[in-house]
Design a protein around this ligand. Sequence first.
Ligand SMILES: [Zn+2]
Ligand SMILES: [Zn+2]
Length: 481
Amino acid sequence: MARYRGGKSNGTSRNGARRRRVADTSTSTIQSRVDRATRTGGRSTRSTGNRFLFPIDGTGRSAMQTERDDISRDMRKDWLPADLNLGANNQPAPRPNLRPRGIENPDNHCYWNSILQTFMQMPQFLHWIRGHVPTISCAPIWNPGAKDHDRRYLQGPCVCCNMKAFAEEYWGPINPQIPIPHTSPSLEDIKTASFQNITMTGGGVPKFHRSRQEDAQEALVFLLNVLNDYDLRTEQFDAMFRLFLVPFHTCPVCGEEKEKEPNTDTGLIVTIDAVNNITVEDAIHDKFEKDPGPPSQCNSETCNGANTDKIQVWVIRAAPRILSITLNVFGWDPATGHATKTVHPLRIGEELDLTRYQEVKGVPLTYRLSAVVSHRGRTANSGHYVASVRSQGVNPLYNINDSSVRRINRARFSANPQAPPNTKSRFQAYILTYIRDEGPLERFLESKKRAVDILKIDRGPLLEQGDEDGNQEGNVGVHVA
Ligand SMILES: [Zn+2]
Ligand SMILES: [Zn+2]
């Protein structure tokens, strides 16, 4: 399936994602041979954890994670208000209920519809995109000579401006039982940008094809890249979406550990070992701790190039608020030249705990399932995509199959394969979206703050009582007021 595709922005390229997917596939058999005990052994010899070990500043996080958390803390994460858009007379016009809206699909655009549905269920993103301030660069420039519908722009249209308009249409006052029409200008222009592959850094060759089924994961990556391109609030974007992973290699002979080139993609792509993985967490675990990585020479004084690093462990230096995990089900058989698909029964957790994969593990890193994009069919560019989402309201779980929106229960939401209501077809889970639990982090920070406050109270008198050498021996202990 691997058509070459251009387009790159801010270090996160579609091609980069493609390369890793291919690499992932090729190493999967080796991965399955690495035994669990070896990994644990490798892990215990690592010194990474001690380098910044908690509690130097009491935050229990890497400096980068603390920075991201601080940025994210100032961003709104509640749902958009029900009276989002004012009516014609500037009167509040609340939507009649909080259901998600379907999106019409006359033209094989289920991959786009499914991805857009996942974005519409990310409150933090919705507030952020509503804060997009149009600049002169957002204005599209028409192509006067265009005969092709997808060539009608020389520049733009701005995907952020259109996502903002789309979010306001989606959550606006129109009865949500009515799907978004395929003629919606914002919907049309988001897709047009992909058909024309327009970005701030240059466009040109169409990368997606208007009437053809495409790969939902490529649409996701495209969208994230252009959103990042068109909006200047990069730090907020990174806090929301970017996963900063660092690989460490360890030499099995001298034990020296080296930090290698980080991966700073907007999400995680995991290979599926359908034999040995039971859950999605197993697949993530393999990705972080079983992937042998590329061979690299050990140049320590002892080895001096004679040996090769054998163990690679990825650690999370900074985790995003919104984490997308692609289960790499699509591949390619070099023998036959045909596209392949792994049909897997991996269990999807509604909760995901990545605490132990952090570089500094002082603060819980837990997520809650927000959306499942699933696929039925043989290749990424054929078949059909649907989305199951956790939206808002009392019963927030829905399956969205283009214009059809149906309430589902929890079992159906996290089932794999997905079984959308009103169809006998089964869909394999492909892209999972998780949103970080803010609760554990907030509680952690609150408890740290209390501990610091107590220390201040206790230390006040101590400092005064200490002798001139600062010797407070004998005074250490809890002071009872
Ligand atoms: Zn714009
Ligand atoms: Zn060595």
